[in-house]
Design a protein. Sequence first.
Length: 261
Amino acid sequence: RLWVAAGDYRDDVRIGDEILLGLAEGYRKIRNTLRFALGNLADFDPAKDQVAAAELEPLDRWALAKLAAWDEKVKAAYEDYEFHVAYHATMQLCAVDLSAIYFDIVKDRLYTWKKTGKARRSAQTVLWIIAQDVIRLLAPVLSFTASEAWGFLPGRPVESVFLAGLPSRERPKDADALEARYGQLLDVRAVVQGKLEEARRAKLIGSGLEAQVTVRAEGETLKLLEEAKAELPALFIVSKVTVEKGRLAAEVARAPGVKCD
């Protein structure tokens, strides 16, 4: 079904080993997205642990904004019978917005912060919403996978995903502001990641958590970094971040101390 959905039927639909390998990799990305979300919900009961939307951490609200935009795009694609648009939007969500950014940043919060703390519950709330929406919206295409994953979703409203209907997810009211804020922060993160990779190749560090980073910026970017200073170590996945005025750049040094097992 994924091969059928991924192709634009208005043109000749092609098949071959390379195409099938690409689709298999796409399927793994979807499955791994669901596995990460569900795997971090074992101790989460939405009836008592869910954090109200207005109280979610800013990065968690950003992830919800990305999810809501994906929901809208996929449902519109279904309405227009443009299933390939839904497939490519799903790859963007799973491989980039979630796996490469959101999941990568929140994993330490999920694994190491206070188990019942608000910050961890905030991330779990969003993972629960992500899992629910992705399963329900992909059920028409990946029926067996959706049915299997639905059985592991805590607090599922109905026993079968095929009785759940499609989700209706409104964009957060501050979605545009969140997009702009994290767009700038993620641009700086890309600069930092480049310097971290250089430090790894030079054997200065192994894990990013062995690093402390000095970031220089000017103007609005500097102001934003100062405002988000407490959030930067988690966003960059390093132990410490210092912000200074100057042309946009980053410097990496080895952080003191020992990484906790």
